[in-house]
Design a protein around this ligand. Structure first.
Ligand code: PMP
Length: 422
């Protein structure tokens, strides 16, 4: 029975039981229409209501300003690794094009000498900056290198370099080698595999200067969205897959400042030797169609909507309450681990350890392998499941997403203490 299990898996994650019960009913007969929510057309008024309500509730939860667009996309966080590159390089080229072409008449291709000039600017100046702090930002930067070529990608920081080849720290901001006028600076707010989280929602050195101008910042918040307050207006874009804190796998949310939507023509990008996004990854096309450029899973958006509505009912204060609970659950679990240094070791360093993916080793008795096997088996027998660490890292990972109730975290903390002394 699901009431006997607390599942700490890294994603997909638990969904609230009342939401699933409502969803089960909605699959059979949505609002007495005799059709299920997954059967109605994505072009129907019912579907539009579901999309618009989910967008409105997300805007309230995250305090999203009016000059931002919310997009529901497909292709997962991984799809966004590519989409960010296409769209923000495109937006950068659009700005440079404006500077170089000014108000000349006709199509860009009518002005080969200006295209030549623009190409020189691209060759000399185009950079996308990546802060590599774990497996996911590493993958994102690798995709940028694959799409653009590595000369256009600047690894502004790599955490492994100051940590013996392993992730687990965030390099000091004074050591970040940011480019001048980068197309974007990319970071992953919470590294799901490595258990590393930026301690503040926005890094200090990316703040705008006194003139209000600052770098264009894009963040992957797949695993910590809706667990703490974020200053959306400081970001140019934020993306996250739904499957950890929001809903089922299948929908990826992008929050983007509208001024970054316009793209140069495909012809121009081709002449510059830069990649052109498949239309399904072009933010401008998705925005123009209210996320319904093609068939979107309205069922997935429905669940997202129910989760958001429940969040707003529980915490009308827009995430202050949710953040307090997330912090408290993480504290309970870390306190239990740290109370027994002879039995456990937290993997990442303390200042950057994640509140959301708690990664540790079981060192009790000296034989780590055997101790972790015993830990997982005993935890599982008590209904605490999904605790095995990522296959690339080993160890234990407790994913403390929003759907883990306080009692679930308490139960895990109690088990961690009992196992250490057993
Ligand atoms: N970014 C982060 C931080 C993630 O945790 C994940 C998946 N766990 C991804 C990106 C990739 O997401 P997807 O599996 O939806 O492509």
């Amino acid at each position: 029975d699901r009431s006997e299990v607390t599942y700490f898996g890294a994603g997909p994650a638990l969904l609230p039981t009342p939401v699933l019960e409502e969803a089960a009913q909605a699959l059979l007969n949505y609002q007495d229409t005799g059709l299920g929510v997954a059967e109605h057309s994505h072009r129907s008024p019912l579907a539009a209501d579901i999309v618009n309500q989910a967008k409105a509730d997300l805007a309230v939860c995250l305090d999203i300003p009016d000059d931002y667009e919310i997009l529901f996309m497909q292709g997962g966080g991984t799809g966004e690794f590519s989409a960010v590159v296409y769209n923000f390089v495109g937006a950068w080229v659009a700005r440079k094009q404006k500077e170089i072409f000014g108000h000349v008449q006709g199509k860009p291709t009518d002005h080969p000498e200006l295209i030549q000039k623009l190409k020189q600017v691209v060759d000399n100046e185009l950079k996308s900056d990546y802060l590599v702090t774990g497996g996911w930002s590493q993958k994102a930067s690798a995709e940028a290198e694959r799409l653009l070529g590595s000369n256009y990608v600047n690894i502004a920081a790599d955490a492994r370099k100051s940590n013996g080849g392993k992730f687990g720290v965030i390099p000091d901001e004074s050591d970040w080698k940011l480019s001048k006028d980068a197309a974007f600076v990319y970071f992953c707010s919470n590294e799901t595999v490595d258990g590393v989280e930026f301690p503040t929602a926005f890094p200090k050195s990316l703040e705008p200067g006194p003139d209000g101008k600052g770098p264009i910042v894009v963040a992957d918040m797949s695993s910590n969205i809706l667990t703490r307050k974020i200053p959306v207006k400081k970001f140019s874009a934020i993306f996250f897959g739904a499957q950890k804190n929001l809903g089922p796998a299948g929908v990826t949310v992008v929050i983007i400042k509208k001024s970054f939507l316009p793209q140069p023509s495909a012809d121009l990008m081709r002449q510059l030797g830069l990649p052109i996004p498949p239309i399904i990854f072009q933010y401008e096309a998705i925005a123009k169609n209210n996320s319904l450029y093609n068939t979107l899973s309205i069922f997935d958006v429905f669940i997202i909507g129910r989760v958001l509505s429940k969040l707003l009912q529980t915490y009308p204060d827009k995430l202050d309450g949710q953040q307090a609970i997330s912090d408290k659950k993480a504290q309970l679990i870390y306190d239990a681990i740290e109370a027994f240094p002879e039995a456990y070791r937290v993997i990442p360093s303390k200042e950057v350890r994640s509140r959301v993916n708690i990664c540790f080793r079981v060192t009790k008795g000296g034989d780590v392998d055997a101790a972790e096997k015993a830990f997982l088996a005993e935890a599982s027998s008590q209904g605490l499941t999904g605790l095995k660490g990522h296959r690339s890292l080993g160890g234990i990972r407790a994913s403390n997403y929003n759907s883990i109730p306080l009692e679930g975290a308490e139960k895990l903390a109690k088990f961690i203490r009992a196992f250490a002394t057993s």
